[in-house]
Design a binder for this molecule. Sequence first.
Ligand code: ADP
Length: 242
Amino acid sequence: MTLTTEGLTKTFGGVRAVSGANVAIKEGRVNGLIGPNGSGKTTFFNLVTGLIRPDSGRVLHQGRDITGWSPHRIAHAGLGRTFQLCRIFPRMSVLDNMLVAVRRTRLRELLAGTRATAEVERARHWLHRMGIDHLETAEARHLSYGQQKLLELAAVFMGDPGLVLLDEPAGGVNPALIDRISALVRDLNAEGRTFLVVEHNMDMVMNMCDHVIVFDRGAPISEGTPQAVQADPRVLEAYLGV
Ligand code: ADP
């Protein structure tokens, strides 16, 4: 297992956003994480990537207990993520966005006008993979929303993550780009990277994922192949709220 959670729990006020969640993510798959609104998917992502701390339970990454680690340390350990609302620096160039993604401390070097050559090459490689290398010198705010999403995705790979968490990659993106992102994820998966994807676009989930985990009320209620979870009456019940 590349990622395991044991009894992961987080309460906000009286709301149990994540409730004793036991999740096991096998290496090598494209995993989907679905569930009705408010079922705890985003909170689960935030717990796993260190943005918030659990009230109880543990997060293990490749057998190592990473519970309570800072987001930076977790990213450094090979667990990358994107955000539902793209997180980039709008007034920085595309290339500089890639370079600050490596380490925040690089900011000082960037401001001083020095850049490590190997990192620039790596940045160009990933921009090329995402098909936005021609935009290298543009300020990020001048990119289309879809291009900004590709930039955020490219920046995640600067950390060379073995496991990548994608938060709604299809959100606000046109159908052609959804297909392109799906194909990219499949290619990157074939190269050995594992994915966990929160996504509302069911077509994308069903086409892209090998395995789907369904959350309801803060914990998994079903998992299996896309076909199996679609046919599971518990999943239908969760979505219908009956
Ligand atoms: P999902 O991503 O599946 O839509 P969330 O993790 O966003 O679900 O939310 C799970 C539950 O926790 C919801 O009831 C939501 O209102 C609540 N919640 C999430 N974050 C907070 C917060 N920061 N403060 C208060 N309640 C929150």
